[in-house]
Design a protein around this ligand. Structure first.
Ligand SMILES: [Zn+2]
Length: 343
């Protein structure tokens, strides 16, 4: 069945030769915005479903066709991941010759040791600003850049639970009582539990001292807490807190309880507009770079860019409006959540 882009165009994506033909279209796409937009959409599908068919083309895309390759950054991270060193050298030279945030991000997306070393050299030799941190890459004072997210993507699907006993037993609960996730609920600004994720079920995410990590909401858009072996947050601080309106106490409503199942990226998901959120009951992704809507938090203890674990839409459990993200510092055992204000 052809893939239909939200821009109307249809593309066959049934064989490796079909993907080779899509790569050929990147040439004319360099000067054709409509084609570029349509290809952006179909390459997100290729990244999710037929990555193996794209990998033989990595070198040609980077060396010859990058100007037509207008895919989103998360798609780029999947398609260019592990690209050969010829691609690293090519991109590093282009950025050195003329600073380009776009090419720098493509270089980071490759994610190999030579690519991350080149990114760090370029950034430390550059006077002006860069936006790599919002793309999920950290450049420390010395040494290579660090990718602060997992390359292994999993779709977050929500299912109902029958009762509190089931809610408390599932791997990834939605809507836990706050005393399960906070040591002193009454003393914190946290008023909402979006989701907890069982750390051992998250490929590529650093070791965590507790069984689960929690995505919480505090009315404002960033809240952080420290975590010990019991997993419950303490020393909770909310930044950018919205002016207090009525206190929100709907967290214990059984109608909003649920459980999350983590699904692989494959052809059972709906790919549209370069994301998977059109899939019924799917509300976001574990893994991948942060989506760049907000500034990514740095760890309040050590200053390192925090590791992005997941980004969900607020519809995972209706609260506020927009996207919410979960971050950790695996060294300091600090969690941070960004979530939008009520609008
Ligand atoms: Zn830290």
């Amino acid at each position: 069945m052809p893939f239909r882009s939200i821009h109307g165009a249809e593309f066959a994506v049934d064989t490796p030769a079909d993907v080779a033909a899509l790569v050929d279209m990147l040439g004319p796409a360099a000067t054709n915005q409509r084609l570029r937009d349509a290809l952006c959409d179909v390459f997100a599908y290729v990244a999710g479903v037929h990555l193996d068919w794209f990998l033989p083309h990595q070198e040609r895309v980077v060396l010859e066709l990058l100007d037509g390759f207008g895919v989103t950054f998360d798609t780029r991270c999947t398609l260019l991941h592990g690209a050969p060193d010829t691609c690293v050298e090519h991109l590093a030279r282009r950025v050195r010759d003329r600073w380009s945030e776009d090419h720098l991000e493509s270089l980071a997306a490759i994610g190999t040791a030579p690519a991350l070393a080149a990114v760090a050299d370029l950034v430390r030799g550059h006077d002006g600003k860069h936006e790599l941190e919002d793309a999920g890459f950290w450049v420390p004072p010395a040494g290579p850049a660090q990718q602060r997210f997992s390359s292994h993507l999993l779709a977050v699907e929500r299912r109902p639970v029958a009762d509190l006993a089931e809610l408390l037993a599932v791997d990834h609960p939605v809507g836990l009582p706050l005393d399960r996730v906070l040591r002193e609920p009454a003393a914190t600004p946290v008023e909402w539990h979006f989701l907890s994720l069982r750390a051992a079920a998250l490929p590529g995410v650093p070791e965590w001292p507790a069984e689960r990590m929690h995505l919480l909401g505090a009315g404002g858009w960033e809240v952080a807490g420290s975590v010990g072996e019991d997993g419950r947050w303490y020393d909770v601080i909310s930044e950018h807190r919205a002016p207090a309106e009525e206190p929100w106490n709907g967290n214990d409503d059984p109608d909003s309880w649920g459980a999350v199942v983590l699904r692989p990226y494959d052809d059972t998901l709906v790919y549209s507009n370069s994301h998977i959120h059109s899939t019924p009951d799917v509300f976001g992704t574990v893994g991948g770079p942060p989506i760049g809507v907000y500034s990514n938090p740095s760890c309040r203890s050590c200053g390192r860019l925090m590791f992005h674990v997941a980004t969900l839409t607020n519809q995972i459990r209706e609260y506020a409006d927009g996207f919410c993200s979960l971050y950790i510092c695996e060294d300091c055992h600090v969690t941070a959540c960004t979530a939008p204000n009520w609008n």
